[in-house]
Structure formats: C-alpha cells, structure tokens
Design a binder for this molecule. Structure first.
Ligand code: HEC
Length: 133
C-alpha cells in the first residue's frame, strides 16, 4: 500500500512540474552555454545584429522566420513562419536538440549538431527567456 502511495505521489509531482525535460534551467549557466554554442552565429542584447543566424532577442514567443532583415531563412523555416509556428520553450527545445531532424537543409542544421544534454538545453532556454525584444 505504501509503495502504491509513493508511486501515485511521484506521478502527481511529475504532472505538476511538467516532468524533468522542462525543468526550469539556470539562466546564468545558460548565458555561458549560449556564448560558446550559439554565439558564433547568433547575437542577443541591445543592438544585436544578424550574423550567420538571426538575432534572438525575444525569441521565446516569437514567430518563426520573423526577422525581416535576415536574408537567408531556409524554405523549411519560412514555411513554419507562414504556418504560424511560434518559438515556445518546447519548440526551441526540439529545434536545438537536433536541428537536422526538424529542417534537414537548414543552414543551422548543416553547421550545428545540436545540444544533446537536456539540462544544458533547459539552461539555454532559461537564458533566452531573460532577453526581451
Ligand atoms: C552555425 C551557426 C549557428 C549556430 C551555432 C546556431 N544557430 Fe540557430 N540559426 C542559424 C541559422 C542560419 C538560422 C536560420 C535557420 C533557417 O532559416 O533554417 C538559425 C535559426 C535559429 C532559430 C530560429 C530563429 C527565427 O527567427 O525563427 C532559433 C530559435 C535558433 N537558431 C536558436 C539557436 C540556439 C539556441 C543555438 C545554440 C544552442 C543556435 N541557434 C546555434 C545558425 C546557427
């Protein structure tokens, strides 16, 4: 009986906190990870410009392919934007896990393998959430 109660309590906790995949990350760690893994191609912060990739201010909640002065969105990314795809935390998590799985011919997929570690992804997303438009 006790064991059953434990299982029930554990399941309820997982449901309440959305499971470990979307545990709240550490924004300070995420900033470092972003700088080393994403910063070669993406700028953020005041005056951020388009580099190899579009600037990512306010990316959480931003529509895909919506930076007007980024000239090289892939056809796949433009299609997502046209379909109204929004970069929620879950969508960013899927994208940076394995860009190739989502848009195989995207320039980001060709040049970047992704971030296999779920905790690192959560940290990066926590940092992205601190960046407003
Ligand atoms: C090698 C360069 C490169 C690296 C490294 C890279 N990206 Fe990208 N990123 C791109 C390019 C190029 C695009 C546009 C892709 C397309 O149009 O298919 C893009 C697109 C994106 C988008 C969609 C932007 C939009 O306006 O719709 C997000 C979100 C994103 N990257 C996040 C990240 C994160 C987070 C990291 C680090 C974990 C990262 N990227 C690493 C080049 C890169």
């Amino acid at each position: 009986m006790r064991k059953v109660l434990c299982v029930v309590a554990g399941t309820l906790m997982l449901a309440a906190f959305g499971g470990p995949a979307f545990a709240e990350g550490d924004a300070a760690k995420g900033k470092e990870l972003f700088t080393t893994k994403c910063g070669i191609c993406h700028q953020v912060g005041p005056g951020a410009k388009t580099l190899v990739g579009p600037e990512l201010n306010g990316i959480v909640g931003r529509k895909a392919a919506s930076i007007a002065d980024f000239p090289s969105y892939s056809a796949g990314m433009k299609k997502l934007g046209d379909d109204g795809y929004v970069w929620t935390e879950e969508h960013i998590d899927t994208w940076i896990t394995d860009p190739k799985a989502m848009i195989p011919d995207s320039m980001m997929a060709l040049a970047f393998q992704g971030v296999p570690d779920a905790a690192e992804r959560a940290d990066i997303i926590a940092y992205l959430k601190t960046l407003s438009q």
